[in-house]
Design a protein around this ligand. Structure first.
Ligand code: ADP
Ligand code: MG
Length: 260
């Protein structure tokens, strides 16, 4: 397994390539009247399919709101979210629920596995919920990729934190989602386990063509991404792209300049 961020591609956006998620003039105001809080204040950004993006910024800058709106968990106040070819603003709550189940993968800081189910059953769950026949080959392949094939019959309680997060990653990938959203996926892990999870996110993009959007406060985690977005006060204030700028040192310096 790779333990340092590989730099295979100097990623440059190319007009006309497929976008996994498009955000256009995205605004989100929580509450109303005197207590209203503007969490997102006009965000425009495209996430190209097959890329790894890190979202950073000070606490309260809108990272979680951005992810929730992009994933169809929250409705924006204004602006549009297009996921794959679907405009989320045109969809009912029921349609959004199905979209999240079938076309979006989620990885959370605290894993969100089902304790009573085996590793294999946790990974298969999104397919079973969708009434789709679990593909044994896909399941075997993903369990092997995350290094847990020999643990497939274990329960989450028998696994370390890093192993649990690798189960969560396999579960997020099983449906071949348009995009995987990861909210502080290494936040509850020690450095070594965190690096394994980051290497697997990177490999999901490079080897499986997955699209990953990861919220993190850790510049070393963000350095695994192709592009780093910096938010402040609900606005996109900086974008770092390319091997020379998406280094932990540069990212940390830009963050510090925001007062993070
Ligand atoms: P981050 O994830 O970067 O810490 P958030 O997206 O959680 O930021 O929050 C952005 C802003 O919106 C903050 O000022 C926060 O207090 C506010 N906010 C977030 N969720 C709500 C909510 N449900 N109700 C009211 N204000 C909220
Ligand atoms: Mg947050």
């Amino acid at each position: 397994m790779k333990t340092t961020p590989p730099r295979p591609i100097d990623y440059r956006p190319v007009t006309g390539e497929h976008m996994a998620v498009r955000l256009c003039s995205l605004r989100k105001v929580h509450g109303r009247g005197a207590g209203a809080v503007t969490a997102l204040d006009g965000i425009d950004h495209d996430f190209p399919a097959g890329t790894f993006t890190a979202v950073m910024g000070p606490s309260g800058s809108g990272k979680s709101t951005l992810m929730h709106c992009a994933a169809g968990l929250e409705r924006p106040t204004a602006g549009t979210v297009v996921l794959g070819s679907r405009d989320l603003g045109t969809m009912s709550e029921r349609q959004l629920t199905l979209l999240r189940r079938d076309h979006v993968g989620f990885v959370f800081q605290d894993f969100h596995l089902i304790p009573a189910l085996s590793v294999a059953a946790n990974v298969e769950l999104p397919l079973r919920l969708a009434g789709r026949r679990p593909d044994a080959h896909r399941l075997d392949d993903l369990l092997s990729r995350v290094g847990l094939h020999d643990r497939r019959r274990h329960r989450p309680g028998q696994l370390s934190g890093g192993q649990r997060q690798r189960v969560a990653l396999a579960r997020a990938l099983i449906t071949r989602p348009e995009v995987v959203f990861a909210d502080e996926p290494t936040g509850a892990l020690d450095r070594a386990s965190g690096r394994e999870v980051l290497a697997l996110l990177r490999a999901a993009v490079d080897d499986l063509g997955a699209t990953v959007v990861m919220v993190t406060h850790d510049p070393q985690a963000a350095a695994w991404a192709d592009e780093v977005l910096l938010l402040a006060d609900g606005r996109l204030v900086d974008q770092l792209t390319g091997p020379d700028t998406t280094t932990a040192e540069t990212i940390a310096a830009r963050l510090a300049a925001l007062g993070a």
